[in-house]
Ligand binder design. Structure first.
Ligand code: PHE
Length: 370
């Protein structure tokens, strides 16, 4: 009786198991079915546990059938597993389909600000001439910004340069008044006080003046300062250095050299960029000059940008002996020249920027053009 029941039970288990396997619609469901039938507490296992209660002669037969059932179910499960995993993979592939005909997502790339580009260009030219880059603080002492630069308390230049003060105790200027530097010239003093000649440095950086913003004025702007101090430096050296610099920055030299290198033209034509020096005054240089380049828009004929064919781009002069003495140099032994240029002005001329305020408006349509 028991063995008949067991055989029937086994048959039922097989039938129901097959149906359950067939119905399983995912690998997870199929695994549930496997546990339900073949697991430790599964239906087939429970039947096998009762095997011991059978008379010995039937045990063998029922055991054989039970094993057959297990094998059949296992085979079915494997087959269904295969089917289901194929189906699931196909589904995933469809879900993950990439439409390669869609336009790509645009990456937004940043670019260097035009002012930074022009500073790099200027600096590179002087590095090529053997200069080193120097820096100084934007928050500066009166001493470095004015006094050490031969600009005494009552000097008219102090009233000309309207200064942002951070700490100022009296109307009378004091060495320890704290201000935003009005030019990059204080870097000259800091460099000379920290090293002995020869000095060949270029100092790019920000400067501040209390100007009301308009198309050509900004309370914050950039300058590049230059300083050369050595034995036997003459005004001729200053002129030659600035001429070479302007040829490289404004002349066709670089573009044309590149064309020659690439084999587009045989011989670079002569670089006809020239400079003009006009007498001027700065407290820290003597003699001093303002330096013009031939207009880069019209080539010197005269146009709406330059007026008379020349563009003023920098101030320069021979370092005043008083400045050399102040930093502890011997003006009988060494001499030097210095120059300072406004980066915004140069960038405006080179790239036709009509308003200095555009450099700080942060309008991406402007910034990303260069
Ligand atoms: N510091 C001067 C200015 O801001 C420029 C300058 C620098 C002139 C060095 C002469 C020598 O106008």
């Amino acid at each position: 009786m028991i063995n008949m029941l067991s055989r029937e039970d086994l048959q039922n288990i097989l039938e129901e198991g097959k149906t359950a396997i067939e119905r399983a619609s995912s690998l997870r469901e199929l695994d549930q079915v496997r546990i339900e039938y073949l697991g430790k507490k599964g239906r087939l296992t429970s039947v096998l546990k009762t095997l011991g209660q059978l008379p010995p002669e039937e045990r063998k037969e029922v055991g054989r059938v039970a094993n057959e059932v297990r094998q059949k179910l296992e085979v079915d499960i494997l087959a269904r597993q295969d089917e289901l995993s194929r189906a699931e993979k196909a589904e995933r592939l469809i879900a993950e389909t990439v439409d390669i005909t869609l336009p790509g997502r645009q990456s937004v790339f940043g670019n260097r600000h035009l002012i930074a580009q022009v500073i790099n260009e200027i600096t590179d030219i002087f590095i090529g001439l053997g200069y080193k880059v120097a820096e100084g603080p934007e928050v500066e002492l009166d001493y470095y910004n004015f006094k050490a630069l031969n600009t005494p308390a009552d000097h008219p230049a102090r009233s000309l340069q309207d200064t942002f003060y951070i700490k100022k105790e009296s109307v009378q200027p004091a060495d320890d008044d704290i201000l935003l530097r009005t030019h990059t010239s204080p870097v000259q003093i800091r460099v000379m006080k920290s090293q002995q000649p020869p000095v060949y440095i270029i100092a790019p950086g920000r400067a501040y003046r209390r100007d009301v913003p308009d198309p050509t004025h900004s309370p914050m702007f950039h300058q590049v300062e230059g300083l050369a101090v050595d034995e036997g430096i003459t005004f001729g050296d200053l002129k030659g250095t600035l001429e070479e610099f302007t040829k490289q920055l404004f002349g066709r030299e670089r573009q044309v050299r590149m064309l020659a290198r690439e084999g587009f033209i045989e011989q670079p034509p002569e670089n006809d960029q020239r400079i003009r020096l006009r007498p001027h005054f700065f407290p820290f240089t003597e003699p001093s000059a303002e330096v013009d380049v031939r207009c880069i828009a019209c080539g010197g004929v005269g146009c709406r940008i330059c007026g008379g064919g020349w563009l003023e781009i920098l101030g320069a002069g021979m370092v005043d002996p008083n400045v050399l003495i102040e930093v502890g140099y011997d003006p009988e032994r060494v001499s030097g020249f210095a120059f300072g240029m406004g980066v915004e002005r140069i960038a405006m001329l080179m790239y036709g920027v009509p308003d200095i305020r555009m450099f700080v408006d942060n309008d991406m349509r402007f910034i990303s053009q260069f």
